[in-house]
Design a binder for this molecule. Structure first.
Ligand code: ASP
Length: 450
C-alpha cells in the first residue's frame, strides 16, 4: 500500500482536484491520502492557511471576523460548487470555521494552531466527500483517530514514539483514508501543528507508521532539479537521490520537501518519490537509502541566504579549555540556535540564521561574551549565504573541493568560509549574499556543464 500526499497547489481548484481523484483512482494501492489546505490558484491568490492566520489575528485583537470567516467559507464553497458536491459537507465546514471564533483566547497556547489546522482539516472532509461521490470508497479521518499524537509544542510538534503502533492500525481499515496533513493532537487533546509546510511530515509519519511500500509526495514540479530553475536555465533533473543527499539539499533551500519530512521514512526505510500532479506519468525523483551512483560526484547545488556569522578571535584560544563550551552556553541561554561552527587556531565563527536574531539579542551576545571570554575581537557579520554542493559519491572522488573552489575563484567570488562534515556528503561554502547567484552559476557550470 502507498501513502500519497498532495500539496496545496494540487488542491487549489476543482480542476486540480479532478486530477487528484484520477491519480488516486488509477492505483488501488494508493490507500492513504494526506492533504494540505487549498493553496493559491494563481500568483495573486491567498493560501487558505494564510487567510486563517489573518482570521486568527482579527479574532485575537477583538476585531470583527465576519469578513474573514466569509472569505474562507466561500473558498471551500466555490470548490464544492465547481465539483458538484451534493452531500452536506459544506454545513460541517462552515460551522467548523465559525466555531474557531468561540475558542478561549486567554491561556490558550494552542489557539493559533487550532486556526491553522482548520485549513487541512476541512479540506480533508471536502475531498473525502468528493471521492465518495465519485467512485472511491473514501473516509475522512482526523489525526487524533489516525493516532498522530504529538508533543505539546505549538508550531513545532513532534510525533510521540508510542504513536507508531496506533497508526499501524489504519492498515485494518478498508476504505481509502483521507487524512489532513500539518497537525497532530497532544495527549491532552489539543490541536498542535508541525512547522509551516508540515503536511509533508504527516505523509511521512503515516508512511512509516503503516509500513507503506512507497510514500508519493505530489506537488507541481516534475521532481527535483540539480539547481534552482530560477537561477539556472533548464537545470538537469535528478532521478534518484539518497535520504542523506535530500536532507542536505532540503536544508539549504530545496523547498520541494519539508526538511523534517525525511526522518520518519528514513527510519522506516520507506522510499519516497516526488511527483507532479500536472504530469503524473513523469517518474519524478525517487529518494532511497542507496542509489545507483552515476559517476558524477555532485548531484545538486543548493543555496540559502540570510545567515549571520558571529566571529570571535582571541590569541591562544586553542589553549583555553572550555572556550567553545562557554560560547555555546551563552548562546543557549539566549535561546539562539547555531547552524555551523567553522574554526581556526585562534578564531571561531558561529553561523546562525538571521531570523533568530534581534538588535537586543545581538547586544546581549556581545556583552556576555565580552565579560566571560575577553576576546580580542568580536563582531557579527551579516548578509551571508551558504552554498552546498551535495553528493554521496563525493568521498570516492579526489579534487571535488578543488574544482569548486577553482570555479568560484574564476568567477571572482571570495569564499568567506568553507566546511565539510565527516560524512562527506556535502561541501559548504559561505559567500556574501550578493554573490550567491553568481556562485551557483559558476558551480553548476563546473559540475554539470564542463
Ligand atoms: N498549509 C500549511 C502551510 O501552508 C501546511 C502545508 O501546506 O504543508 O504551511
Amino acid at each position: 500500500m502507498k501513502v500519497i500526499k498532495f500539496g496545496g497547489s494540487s488542491l487549489a481548484s476543482a480542476e486540480q482536484l479532478t486530477k487528484v481523484r484520477n491519480i488516486v483512482k488509477n492505483d488501488p494501492t494508493r490507500k492513504f491520502v494526506v492533504v494540505s489546505a487549498p493553496g493559491k490558484r494563481d500568483t495573486h491568490d491567498i493560501k487558505v492557511t494564510d487567510a486563517l492566520i489573518a482570521y486568527y489575528k482579527a479574532y485575537k485583537n477583538g476585531n470583527d471576523v465576519a469578513e474573514n470567516q466569509n472569505w474562507i467559507i466561500a473558498r471551500y464553497q466555490s470548490i464544492c460548487d465547481e465539483l458538484g458536491i451534493t452531500g452536506p459537507v459544506m454545513t460541517n465546514i462552515s460551522a467548523d470555521i465559525k466555531a474557531l471564533a468561540t475558542l478561549p483566547i486567554q491561556g490558550n497556547k494552542f489557539l493559533y494552531d487550532a486556526f491553522l489546522a482548520a485549513g487541512e482539516n476541512n479540506n480533508a472532509k471536502l475531498i473525502a466527500e468528493y471521492f465518495s461521490e465519485n467512485g472511491i470508497n473514501a473516509k475522512y479521518i482526523h489525526p487524533q483517530d489516525a493516532g498522530i499524537i504529538v508533543t505539546p509544542e505549538p508550531g513545532n510538534a513532534r510525533l510521540l514514539p508510542s504513536s507508531n503502533e496506533k497508526i499501524n492500525y489504519l492498515n485494518e481499515l478498508e476504505e481509502t483514508l483521507v487524512i489532513p496533513g500539518f497537525f497532530g493532537v497532544t495527549e491532552k487533546g489539543d490541536i498542535c501543528t508541525f512547522s509551516r509546510g508540515g503536511s509533508d511530515i504527516t505523509g511521512s509519519i503515516i508512511a512509516a507508521g503503516v509500513h507503506a511500500e512507497l510514500y508519493e509526495n505530489f506537488t507541481d514540479v516534475d521532481g527535483i532539479f540539480a539547481a534552482h530553475p530560477g537561477i539556472i536555465n533548464q537545470p538537469a533533473s535528478i532521478s534518484e537521490l539518497t535520504y542523506k543527499e535530500m536532507r542536505e539539499l532540503a536544508y539549504a533551500g530545496f523547498s520541494v520537501l519539508h526538511d523534517e519530512a525525511l526522518l520518519p521514512v528514513y527510519r522506516a526505510s520507506v522510499p519516497l518519490v516526488i511527483k507532479n500532479t500536472n504530469n503524473p506519468e513523469h517518474p519524478g525523483t525517487r529518494i532511497v537509502a542507496k542509489r545507483n551512483l552515476t559517476g558524477s560526484p555532485v548531484v545538486g547545488i543548493a543555496a540559502d541566504g540570510d545567515f549571520t556569522s558571529l566571529n570571535i578571535s582571541k590569541y591562544l584560544m586553542n589553549r583555553e579549555i572550555g572556550f567553545g563550551r562557554k560560547v555555546l552556553h551563552i548562546l543557549e541561554n539566549l535561546g539562539i540556535r547555531f547552524e555551523h561552527m567553522p574554526t581556526g587556531i585562534d578564531d571561531m565563527s558561529v553561523i546562525m540564521r538571521n531570523r533568530y536574531l534581534t538588535k537586543q539579542i545581538e547586544r546581549s551576545v556581545i556583552q556576555n561574551l565580552t565579560e566571560t571570554l575577553e576576546p580580542d575581537t568580536l563582531h557579527f557579520e551579516k548578509n551571508l549565504s551558504i552554498i552546498m554542493i551535495v553528493g554521496e559519491d563525493m568521498n570516492e572522488h579526489i579534487g571535488v573541493t578543488a574544482r569548486a573552489a577553482n570555479a568560484l575563484a574564476k568567477a571572482g567570488i571570495n569564499i568567506e568560509m568553507l566546511s565539510q562534515g565527516s560524512s562527506e556528503v556535502s561541501v559548504m561554502f559561505i559567500v556574501k549574499s550578493d554573490q550567491e547567484k553568481a556562485a551557483i552559476k559558476a558551480l553548476y557550470q563546473a559540475f554539470f556543464e564542463a
